[in-house]
Design a protein around this ligand. Structure first.
Ligand SMILES: [Zn+2]
Length: 125
């Protein structure tokens, strides 16, 4: 459960949005924390391609952008983002299971939240 602290930060972020007293600085800080958690800390499945295994590596990875402890897997997903024809495979991996979907949605939400907080004009009053 300790690895899921990002979800707690996400809940705080939502609370900061509801409670206007928190102010944009708090929202931006929490958004950045949640986004970093999703990218580099969240406990998702590695999913790096493994010969002869459907769905790839099942080890726990650190975040959506990093792989598991196996050296060849560590930067696998970042490489997929750089190689154009593998971007689609990377994107499908973002929704490969329940955990990945939660983390991906949290990442998108925190990114949007940070953007809106940074650019006040984006919010239509
Ligand atoms: Zn792996």
């Amino acid at each position: 459960m300790g690895q899921w602290w990002g979800v707690l930060a996400g809940a705080l972020l939502i609370a900061a949005w509801i409670n206007k007293a928190a102010g944009p600085a708090v929202v931006i800080a929490l958004s950045a924390v949640v986004l970093l958690w999703c990218a580099f800390q969240a406990p998702v499945t590695c999913g790096a391609p493994v010969r002869g295994r459907e769905g790839g590596c099942r080890n726990n990875a650190s975040g959506l952008l990093l792989g598991c402890h196996i050296r060849q897997h560590r930067w696998q997903k970042l490489k997929m983002l750089i190689v154009r024809r593998q971007v689609r495979a990377f994107c499908s991996g973002l929704f490969s299971d329940g955990k990945a979907t939660i983390v991906t949605l949290a990442g998108i939400g925190s990114f949007a939240s940070g953007l809106v907080a940074l650019v006040p004009g984006l919010v239509i009053h």
